[in-house]
Design a protein around this ligand. Structure first.
Ligand code: BTN
Length: 336
């Protein structure tokens, strides 16, 4: 119902009469008034005029109703939102086990036990960061699971670039991908992706793509070790020309919608066997290739030049000896 009202506001630029709303939604004008009141409580600024009806002035920086209007395909058709969760990935894994449909998204305003890669914690304070998990049911073999993460990193990087583009910041944020799936801007980490899955011997039953992006939260609140290497969308735009003076909040709705629409596109590429297309796009967005790096992989550390990514998403390192080393998982540290 809320969605119906927002849709009507978006169709026109001006007032929508209470009479029109009540007719199109099949509820009384008193019921419309109650919905408008509830929308205002959710943070929508709606002007009301006895003669003309209602006019939308401002939407909150995050709104599930608006998100549903902006998503175009399967990803985000079902959205489950919680103010606070231990981890969106944990809930998404449970829901996937219970059979929820492909493309269902779990979003939280904050996480109490946010999970990062390699058993780490993902610092997840409230106030405007993205914590979301997308449930997918891809018909691919477990050995190709890395492609899911690559597809997600591509989608996130492209989405943030495009959704932060505006008149005073025409290129958007220059988000790159550090192998395997760190979202980077100005060599600092803006976000990360944690893919978890259930598979049997020859197929993935379901996977959960967990995406964490620092959008509006102040980095001052971050633990000092994380802060040193972290970035947020708002602070990057403040540094550039995008935001002048007192910064408005960046819309999580627009970034999430852009991510879900990109996921829709790249997931199709993945299931149609477009492995090469994915790897090529990943390479275009990579900040790792061609760089001198140190890679910590389990108990081993390797240094060399990050030369390429193979068809399975493994990092190919040119060692000082001249030999090549393929690495499937680890942390990359840029050396120069
Ligand atoms: C990384 O370590 O780079 C991956 C971080 C992934 C964090 C996201 S936030 C939403 C989802 N839920 C979690 O508990 N983790 C992922």
């Amino acid at each position: 119902m809320f969605e119906g009202i927002i849709r009507m506001f978006k169709e026109k630029d001006g007032f929508v009469s209470g009479e029109e709303m009540s007719r199109r939604l099949g509820i009384t004008r008193a019921a419309i008034w109650k919905k408008i009141k509830a929308l205002r409580e959710k943070g929508y600024v709606i002007e009301g005029s006895t003669a003309k009806g209602y006019r939308l002035i401002k939407t909150p920086e995050f709104s599930v109703e608006e998100l549903k209007i902006l998503v175009k395909g399967d990803f985000g058709k079902e959205i489950i939102f919680h103010e606070s969760l231990d981890s969106t990935n944990t809930l998404a894994m449970e829901l996937a086990e219970k059979g929820v449909s492909h493309g269902t998204v779990v979003i939280a305003d904050r996480q109490l036990k946010g999970k990062g890669r390699l058993g780490r914690t993902w610092f997840s304070p409230p106030k405007g960061n993205i914590y979301m998990s997308v449930i997918v049911r891809p018909e691919i073999e477990p050995k190709d699971a890395t492609l899911l993460t690559i597809m997600s990193a591509i989608s996130c990087a492209r989405a943030i670039r495009n959704s932060t583009r505006n008149e005073s910041f025409p290129t958007g944020l220059e988000v790159n991908i550090k192998w395997p799936n760190d979202l980077m801007v100005s060599e600092r980490k803006l976000g990360g992706i944690l893919t978890e899955m259930k598979s049997d011997q020859d197929r993935i039953v379901f996977a959960v793509i967990g995406i964490g992006i620092n959008v509006n939260a102040s980095l001052d609140a971050f633990p000092s070790d994380v802060r040193a290497a972290a970035a947020s969308v708002i602070e990057e735009l403040r540094k550039g020309k995008g935001i002048k003076g007192d910064s408005p909040e960046i819309s999580r709705t627009l970034i999430i919608a852009a991510i879900l629409n990109e996921l829709e596109r790249w997931f199709k590429v993945l299931i149609k066997g477009g492995r090469i297309q994915l790897i090529n796009e990943w390479k275009k967005l990579s900040s790792t290739l061609g760089r001198k790096v140190k890679v910590v992989s389990g108990k081993d550390t390797f240094s060399g030049i990050a030369e390429d990514i193979d068809e399975e998403g493994m990092l190919i390192l040119r060692l000082p000896s001249g030999g090549l080393k393929k690495i499937s998982a680890g942390d990359v540290i840029m050396l120069r």
